[in-house]
Design a protein around this ligand. Structure first.
Ligand code: ZN
Length: 162
């Protein structure tokens, strides 16, 4: 077996085990949600995609404020970075964090959702808006995971802009 072949094999087995563990943790975090409806399947795939390939997941160097919130019930952590322009439009938004698929996917979805919007619109966002972005039924325990990024956003505004 050549060196290259060995490397390819190692690569494959690493990939497999990473995929398995991602799959498991995604499954874990949505296993206690309500029965699957067919349209939920697409949302579920979208959540997994946002979890595996999060959008805007990096710390901003220059920002108006950043704020971190934890969800001790699940071990989730999300820190939101927001940059507003002079007219209070969101010019940049990003997040960092770790935790279950629901918490990280919601942060990614939320960051895409609020880019270019106004501070006022962000303040009007409610947990129902997050549920809409996620599109799947959540058990009460998972609600905390889902709204963690919105909580970080709202608390950050409260602490820094009022
Ligand atoms: Zn969680």
């Amino acid at each position: 077996m050549s060196r290259n072949e060995i490397q390819v094999e190692v690569q494959d087995s690493v990939q497999d085990s990473v995929q398995d563990s991602v799959q498991n943790s995604v499954q874990d975090s949505i296993q206690d949600s309500l029965p699957i409806h067919e349209e939920e399947e697409l949302y579920r795939e979208n959540i997994i995609d946002h979890y595996r390939n999060p959008r805007n997941k990096f710390p901003l160097e220059k920002y108006t404020f950043s704020h971190k919130e934890n969800n001790p019930l699940c071990g989730d952590e999300v820190c939101i970075f927001l940059k507003l322009d002079s007219k209070h439009f969101v010019s940049e938004v990003s997040f960092t964090g770790q935790g279950c698929a629901i918490s990280q996917a919601s942060a990614s979805l939320l960051s895409e959702h609020i880019k270019g919007t106004t501070l006022q619109k962000i303040q009007q966002l409610q947990k129902e808006d997050i549920f809409k972005l996620l599109g799947i039924s959540l058990s009460p325990g998972r609600v905390h995971c889902a709204v963690l990024s919105l909580k970080a956003l709202h608390k950050g505004i409260e602490k820094n802009l009022k």
